[in-house]
Design a protein around this ligand. Structure first.
Ligand code: PMP
Length: 559
């Protein structure tokens, strides 16, 4: 076994070229959402479109034949990667989501009926929940759900009772995208077989970390996306047992999936083409094979390094008393989900973002899991082997700083300027603009927004009602309005998240004490632009801001 060199690995990714490990420039801790792409994958995509672009399976010219050959060769690479018995069992899809939808539609809708059961687990991504829910609604089948142990894996002690003669299919993740724990899929598959139920394994989070052998697993379907294993977005694979795929009807209809079409009748193509209607993502599939080659050149030492990083991060997070992990024990792969006591997830995530650290916050497309674990969401940090201990150190220091800073500055009386000086001033749009005019960079602006959040007076519980809720905000936010005798409006607002509170202060500064005409005429876009906010806010947060403004404007129109 060689010694894995994370810095050499990192250098394969142009994304990191300008970013020193551990600097505040850009620390990418969201590889569970999508990994960065190595140069070889980017080059492969470029080369295809620059020099080899032609559609596959159609042209009688050399260019098309060459594209077809590369495309089919990529399928062979993927077949070997998952040890599928036949090339006909490797279906290209857009990704995990499409692969699951394909099985749910083509197999589920045609094979399930009232009295049948679909067995899922609480740890499933919405992609492995919603399609089955709809199939259940349409066929009359019911959904049962496997519970989890305290450490977050599927509880196999419940297998015997939950997998029974009514169970027709068991669908579960190989590794949860929230918990990062390896599920005992071999046991689950074996139990499903005892009752003749099919099995679908969602391998989206597993393929970049574990050897996949569908023959050894003996599952019926295995699905995954390229973009979570250094490949491009918009490509994925459905492995399916040939006998099942042959018996299933096509998912989409059109070109490529047919053998013969007459005015009245169509005969379908053989596998795998029967399930590949339309022009596939040819460049993406070829580049996915390149990503697999890339990954395979590193031996076991890559996994050893990943494990060291996981342990290092887990131990470091454990030193922060406010950190609460969603489940006990260290995760199996680098996915850490936690909350920070006394702080809203969004505030922590946006605070880290202001220091250039990218982590996720929210429900991670796993709302049933959030409900099961009795949390509204979590912060998720996910690692890949291009991350380093220095980055983790920087993250831990930053997180500690964010936690303590928030705790220290609780003075609500005065407006605190970004330089730390306290200044008494009326909060109106001119003063807000003046306050922001000297700020450079998102880091400073973010700090100022957090300071402003302290200026928002808390709304009484009865004012935080469903009626006052602003829909479209990332976190819950409420707005109240009253009209003065001078026909001006007074707005008060509140939110669960400090970052939204700060943004509310900024928005209300522009609209408070104004008439309806002034409110409707105010150019909010220009205001945000002058404040330097537009380029830094994520689309969801911009949507939240727009939702607040929309609510204010619609309210004054109604009153
Ligand atoms: N399942 C799991 C476990 C996932 O992590 C994801 C992606 N977050 C998906 C399914 C959906 O994958 P995609 O968006 O690539 O279709």
């Amino acid at each position: 076994m060689n010694v894995f060199d994370p810095f050499a690995f990192r250098q394969c990714f142009p994304f990191f070229n300008d970013n020193e490990a551990g600097s505040a420039a850009s620390i990418y801790f969201d590889s569970a959402a999508t990994t960065q792409k190595p140069q070889v994958v980017i080059d492969c995509l470029n080369n295809f479109y620059q020099q080899q672009n032609a559609n596959v399976h159609r042209g009688s010219y050399q260019l098309s034949a060459a594209a077809t050959s590369q495309f089919e060769q990529a399928r062979v690479v993927l077949q070997a990667f998952i040890n599928a018995p036949s090339i006909q069992e490797v279906i290209w899809t857009k990704g995990t989501t499409e692969a699951i939808n394909l099985v749910a539609t083509s197999w589920g809708l045609n094979n399930l009926k009232k009295g049948d059961e679909i067995l899922l687990s609480y740890a499933e991504h919405h992609a492995n929940f919603v399609p089955w829910q709809v199939v259940a609604q349409k066929t009359g089948a019911t959904i049962s759900v496997l519970p989890l142990t305290r450490t977050g894996i599927i509880d196999t002690s419940k297998l015997n009772s939950l997998v029974n003669e009514r169970t027709r299919i068991v669908c579960c993740s190989h590794v949860s995208n929230v918990i990062g724990k390896l599920n005992p899929i071999e046991k689950i598959i074996a139990r499903a077989k005892q009752v003749g139920a099919l099995t679908l394994i969602d391998g989206a989070q597993a393929i970049a970390h574990y050897a996949i052998d569908v023959q050894a697993f003996d599952c019926d379907f295995y699905v995954f996306s390229a973009h979570k294993a250094y490949g491009p977005m918009g490509v994925g694979v459905l492995y399916g047992r040939k006998s099942l795929l042959n018996a299933m009807s096509p998912y989409q209809l059109g070109g490529e999936m047919i053998k013969k079409v007459s005015l009245t009748e169509t005969t379908y193509n053989d596998l795998p083409f029967k399930f590949e209607a339309g022009t596939p993502n040819v460049a993406g599939c070829i580049a996915f094979a390149k990503a697999i080659y890339f990954l395979k050149q590193f031996d076991e030492s890559l996994n050893v390094y990943e494990q060291q990083l996981v342990q290092y991060c887990y131990q470091a997070l454990k030193t922060i008393p406010q950190v609460r992990f969603l489940v006990e024990e260290c995760p199996d792969i680098g996915i850490f989900s936690f909350t920070v006591a006394g702080h809203h997830n969004q505030d922590i995530a946006s605070g880290l973002d202001s220091f250039g650290i990218a982590v996720r916050n929210g429900h991670h497309c796993a709302m049933p899991l959030m409900e099961y674990l009795k949390v509204t969401g979590s912060i998720r940090l996910s690692l890949a082997p291009y991350n380093t201990q220095a980055e983790i150190d920087f993250f831990i220091d930053t997180l500690k700083k964010i936690i303590t800073n928030y705790q220290l500055s609780t003075d609500k009386r005065v407006l605190i300027t970004a330089s730390g000086n306290e200044k008494s001033m009326t909060i109106n749009s001119d003063n807000i603009l003046a306050l922001f005019s000297s700020l450079k960079g998102w880091d400073a602006r973010h700090r100022q927004i957090m300071l402003l959040s302290k200026k928002l007076t808390k709304l009484a519980p009865e004012q935080r009602s469903q009626k006052n809720l602003i829909t479209g905000c990332e976190s819950k936010a409420w707005l109240n309005v009253s009209k003065t005798v001078e026909n001006t409006y007074i707005f008060t607002a509140d939110s669960e998240a400090k970052i939204i509170k700060g943004l509310l202060v900024i928005v209300l500064a522009a609209f408070n004490d104004k008439t309806a005409e002034q409110i409707l005429a105010f150019n909010i876009e220009d205001y945000f632009k002058k404040l330097g906010l537009l380029s830094h806010l994520s689309p969801s947060r911009s949507n939240g801001l727009n939702a607040i403004v929309k609510k204010i404007k619609s309210t004054v129109k109604e009153l």
